[in-house]
Design a protein around this ligand. Structure first.
Ligand code: G
Ligand code: G
Ligand code: NA
Length: 256
């Protein structure tokens, strides 16, 4: 039951890996970007999902080396895609930052160094943070995210709509991208209320010059409704599940 010690080993012994989920243009269905999603292949227990081990990583401080590994890995993979896929490479890669990473004073410097090493343009790296993570210590997050933005990296707010202060987030933080939580998308074709909320959020974002990604799209109907709301980007099993890096070139979406 000691996942903590196992997790310590996992970092050093190649048990962690990243899968990538396409983010597509809802208008064309074409690949725009990818989100990196961490996985742990435990030698005995098999695949463990981040929902089960990221909280342990946060409690133990292991999130620091793990977060560093994710950043390195995603940036070097992005460079590989640029070299191998050329024009059909994703335009950017996004990684998830946990609450505990938002208090690391040297994070901006680490990001700067990692981008340099990978020869990656800063705007090609997107960082996803949740509302609850940034509101936990809003003052510290404002400082850190401001410093990160100065590098030219883009900031995305994840799970938008699920926190207590969604609207406050929009004007307090220098956001570039808003990801509408999948709980809204799941109900968009079932109830007028959800559709109205998603439509309003998409309009709000457009007025604030923030790009919108709808998460968790599972059906053609949901994709269509979102398109009529002029929501620009989408992500979800309807388009593609998370894939291994060498499978990304196989991605091509055909409407069902
Ligand atoms: O891929 P999956 O749906 O199992 O991910 C579950 C959760 O884990 C998601 O909310 C996602 O944001 C989070 N997650 C995935 N990869 C990472 C990562 O590299 N770092 C952090 N901090 N969270 C991640
Ligand atoms: O919290 P975050 O937005 O990072 O969530 C990413 C998680 O959502 C990943 O674990 C991914 O596997 C999962 N996911 C991606 N697309 C879908 C989908 O269409 N439906 C559901 N239920 N989960 C999805
Ligand atoms: Na995310």
């Amino acid at each position: 039951l000691n996942l903590e010690n196992d997790l310590r080993d996992a970092v050093d012994s190649d048990q962690l890996f990243l899968m990538y989920q396409p983010i597509v243009s809802l208008e064309t269905g074409q690949l725009d970007s990818v989100e990196a999603l961490i996985r742990w292949k435990h030698p005995v227990r098999g695949l463990i999902s981040p929902g089960d081990f990221i909280p342990i990583a946060e409690e133990t401080g292991l999130i620091v080396p793990i977060g560093q590994w994710v950043l390195d890995q995603a940036c070097s993979q992005f460079a590989i895609w640029q070299n191998t896929l050329g024009a059909s490479a994703p335009r950017s890669v996004s990684i998830n930052l946990s609450r505990k990473q938002l208090v690391l004073e040297d994070l901006p410097e680490i990001i700067r160094r990692t981008l340099n090493q990978a020869g990656m343009a800063p705007e090609c790296l997107h960082l996803e943070v949740t509302e609850s993570a940034i509101m936990k210590d809003a003052a510290a997050a404002t400082r850190l995210l401001g410093a990160i933005k100065e590098i030219g990296v883009k900031l995305a707010i994840d799970d938008f709509g699920t926190g207590y202060s969604s609207l406050a987030c929009l004007h307090q933080f220098p956001l570039d991208i808003l990801k509408i939580d999948r709980s809204f998308v799941a109900n968009i074709d079932r109830g007028r209320d959800f559709a109205a909320m998603v439509h309003a959020v998409a309009q709000l974002a457009r007025n604030l010059n923030i790009q919108v990604v709808a998460e968790g799209i599972e059906t053609a109907e949901q994709a269509l409704v979102l398109q009529t709301f002029e929501c620009e980007f989408g992500q979800g099993y309807y388009f593609c599940r998370p894939v291994m890096p060498d499978q990304l070139q196989l991605f091509s979406f055909r409407p069902t």
